[in-house]
Write a protein that binds this ligand. Structure first.
Ligand code: NAP
Length: 310
């Protein structure tokens, strides 16, 4: 069994190490966190490994996961050459180094001096490591980098019931942006929607209750039918007057916020100008979809001019 060091045993690092330990994929060697308490917590969560808070105290390992925040990956790799050099290659294998950033290529690890570099991005939210232990299986992992490193990582993720895909380094930024648009921005859209309900005098709890079934149904429809067929509402129907009333209401909300001086942003959490801008921008983006769903050219032109108004 290959040994694994985890540099940055945070949410993702400790989850993957715990799953690999439980499934006998890797022998967990060292767990590094700057805080000794965090390192011990990670070790207790995983149930294996030596917790260290000094990089130079990491034991030898054949595979190294750098699971520090994205902006710290390159600088952490810079600190590794003397640490890796103090251990001879195990079983004649040069060490494999990988990180799990969605946006960065394997080459950000180049300063480590190691040759076998990879990135492996699980398309999963590790918000709560305990939940991720059961929820990760079935997720996709995007692999990129050295073939020799991927030949070790692909079976390691497959053993966790993940599906692997392969990317080139030039694809990574846009690939990750696509995932941010659908996952992170869906959450932002939810928040913007709640702000509009708040402006209408509907409290958060009631708004969440009315949104839950329709949002879940919309997500399901998107996967079952694709976005063009899942789109419903005034845009697809060509209800131009309704859309004009909605953009007008948001414009008024933004103007009343501006003239009040105090600004509702600070007092009520409503970002009125952002709501007006976002409604128009998303409306414009929806027009090609609505057209595919049967919106007439004439209605499209009228809607376009509503969204173009400042
Ligand atoms: N979270 C997700 O949902 C998710 C999903 C896919 C990919 N990823 C990727 O996984 C990697 C780790 O993300 P994460 O969410 O697990 O992060 P995280 O929970 O913040 O964990 C990062 C860990 O790194 C440690 N660390 C060590 N050196 C550090 C340094 N120089 N600066 C900051 N922290 C340092 C921190 O502990 P100390 O403060 O004790 O050092 C912390 O435990 C990132 O590359 C991220 O893009 C995350």
């Amino acid at each position: 069994m290959l040994s694994l060091n985890v540099v940055g045993a945070g949410k993702l690092g400790r989850t993957l190490a715990a799953l690999w330990h439980a499934s006998g994929v890797f022998e967990i060697a060292g767990l590094f966190n700057r805080s000794a308490e965090n390192a011990r917590e990670a070790r207790d969560f995983i149930g294996a490994g030596t917790a260290v808070s000094d990089l130079s105290k990491l034991p030898p390992a054949q595979v190294w996961l750098l699971a520090v925040p994205d902006d710290q990956i390159a600088s952490t790799a810079t600190a590794l050459p003397p640490i890796i050099a103090q251990h001879p290659p195990q079983a004649g294998r040069p060490p494999i180094l990988f990180h799990c950033s969605g946006a960065l290529p394997a080459s950000v690890l180049a300063a480590s001096g190691a040759d076998l570099l990879a990135s492996a991005h699980p398309v999963h939210s590790f918000a709560d490591p305990k939940r991720s232990l059961t929820d990760l299986p079935g997720s996709t992992v995007a692999l990129e980098g050295s073939e020799e490193a991927i030949n070790v990582l692909e079976p390691a993720f497959t053993a966790l019931s993940c599906n692997c895909i392969h990317l080139g380094s030039s694809q990574k930024v846009l690939y990750h942006t696509g995932s941010v648009m659908a996952c992170n921005y869906l959450t932002v859209l939810m928040d913007l929607s709640l702000q509009v309900f708040q402006a209408a005098g509907i409290d958060n709890k009631s708004a969440m209750a009315l949104l839950e079934p329709i949002v879940l149904q919309t997500v399901k429809n998107n996967f079952a039918l694709g976005p063009a067929k899942a789109l419903t509402g005034p845009l697809v129907r060509g209800d131009v007057a309704t859309v004009a009333r909605q953009t007008g209401a948001l414009r008024q909300l933004a103007e009343s916020t501006d003239t009040s001086g105090a600004g509702s942003e600070a007092t009520s959490g409503i970002q009125a100008a952002t709501l007006a801008t976002m409604y128009r921008a998303l409306g414009k983006a929806a027009l090609p979809l609505a057209e595919k769903a049967g919106l007439s050219q004439d209605a499209r032109r009228q809607l376009q001019s509503i969204f173009d108004e400042s």
